[in-house]
Design a protein around this ligand. Structure first.
Ligand SMILES: [Zn+2]
Length: 164
């Protein structure tokens, strides 16, 4: 098995556009996928997250950079969110070279399973919330370009942009 996954790309990619199913059991196979997903994120210095559909698997697992740690969220659900929103730039490993402003909620509360199959709850704000919302969208077949309000490719230095 190669040490990292190759990334599914393209706005019309069938796997990226499919709604993923819940993980039923967090067994050795699932844990291996998580380890390899984390390695895949680490390989790209601008990457802040990765969702399983991006590596060709329609299962509800995402890896998110929260604070400075890459955290696996299994079967993540948004429990609540703030009314207020903010706009910021996003990019995506699956849509190389495109960046744009996306509106996201400022604060969210999520519930998910950790690798030990324990239920966890977490409140997130600003960029952390943005990363999680971008990744959960992937699980529902939604890409950031679907939510993009403006593109400004020319003014952007893609070196500095974050890929989610
Ligand atoms: Zn993405």
């Amino acid at each position: 098995m190669a040490s990292i996954f190759s990334i599914e790309t393209g706005r019309g990619n069938k796997i990226l556009r499919t709604i993923s199913t819940d993980v039923k059991k967090i067994d050795a196979h699932v844990k291996k996928i998580i380890v390899k997903m984390i390695k895949t994120v680490k390989k790209d210095k601008n990457a802040c997250g990765l969702a399983a559909p991006q590596i060709g698997k329609n299962i509800r697992i995402v890896i998110c950079l929260l604070g400075k740690k890459l955290i696996p969220l299994i079967n993540p659900v948004i429990l609540s969110h703030s009314e207020n929103t903010n706009f910021d730039d996003e990019g995506c490993l699956s849509i190389p070279g495109e960046y744009g402003k996306v509106e996201r909620w400022n604060e969210i509360e999520i519930e998910y399973l950790d690798e030990k199959e324990m239920k966890q709850k977490r409140k997130l704000s600003n960029f952390d919330a943005r990363v999680v919302l971008h990744e959960i969208d992937h699980l529902d077949g939604i890409l950031f370009i679907d939510r993009m309000t403006e593109t400004h490719l020319q003014e952007m230095n893609s070196e500095k942009m974050k890929n989610l």
